[in-house]
Design a protein. Structure first.
Length: 132
């Protein structure tokens, strides 16, 4: 019986170690067009955010941000970033499969709706019931 080897993560044919060595603008060439345009126009914002993340990690403070539109780049892999969803900060552990996505995609702004039982007067059958 042959043992299965764990498959290495690749993004567009490049391994994670190769991607981490790249400059952000160089990495942008491997992204899809919409993400590439965002990164090329805002690479300085992304670089500042990464520096802020590294400073927070050194001080062992949580990385908190309201910037949901930032594209996840390879340097962020392994970090835990707390992203604001409009009500509270949701912790997100960045893994390699998230590369190329936005931070906001993993911090949902709308809660899952769980319906309970209908209240008194909500249906025709319950309209005749006593309110007591």
């Amino acid at each position: 019986m042959m043992r299965q080897e764990k498959k290495k993560f690749t993004y567009r044919g490049k391994e994670l170690e190769e991607l981490k060595k790249m400059d952000i603008r160089e990495f942008a060439k491997h992204l899809k067009s919409r993400q590439r345009r965002y990164v090329m126009r805002n690479f300085d914002t992304i670089e500042r955010f990464i520096k802020k993340c590294k400073r927070c990690e050194e001080r062992e403070k949580p990385i908190r941000t309201h910037s949901r539109e930032i594209i996840i780049v390879p340097e962020m892999v392994g970090m835990t970033i707390h992203v604001y969803n409009g009500q509270k900060f949701i912790p997100i552990k960045v893994v390699a499969e998230m590369i190329g996505h936005r931070l906001g995609e993993f911090s949902h702004t709308r809660a899952e709706i769980k319906h309970g039982v209908p209240g008194i007067g909500a249906t025709r059958g319950s309209a005749a019931l006593s309110v007591k």
